[in-house]
Design a protein around this ligand. Structure first.
Ligand SMILES: [Zn+2]
Length: 92
């Protein structure tokens, strides 16, 4: 094995492990949020209204964001006004 290859492994392996850890931490964090159905069950007042809105400030402007960047299939829906995360979903 060449020195360059050894060096690459020594540098890349911790980076990969760190990236993987970072992903699982984010995944655990994301799973703490309810799904939209759970969110509506938890707050019957919101389910009864015409549009799903923020439980914190009442805003109906919900921002759909990706957990691992804009194209991520793991979505987190946050309030546009107070920026509180509300519920999670997945996109196909
Ligand atoms: Zn809000």
């Amino acid at each position: 094995m060449s020195t360059a290859m050894m060096l690459a492994i020594v540098i890349l392996l911790p980076l990969l492990l760190f990236g993987w850890q970072f992903r699982s931490v984010r995944a655990g964090w994301w799973h703490r949020f309810p799904t939209q159905a759970e969110y509506l069950t938890r707050y019957p007042d919101i389910a009864a209204s015409a549009r799903a809105h923020c439980v914190h400030c009442g805003s109906a402007e919900i921002l759909d964001t990706g957990v691992f960047g804009p194209t991520s299939t793991w979505r987190l829906h946050c309030c546009e006004r107070c920026k509180n995360p509300l519920w999670r979903s997945t996109s196909p």
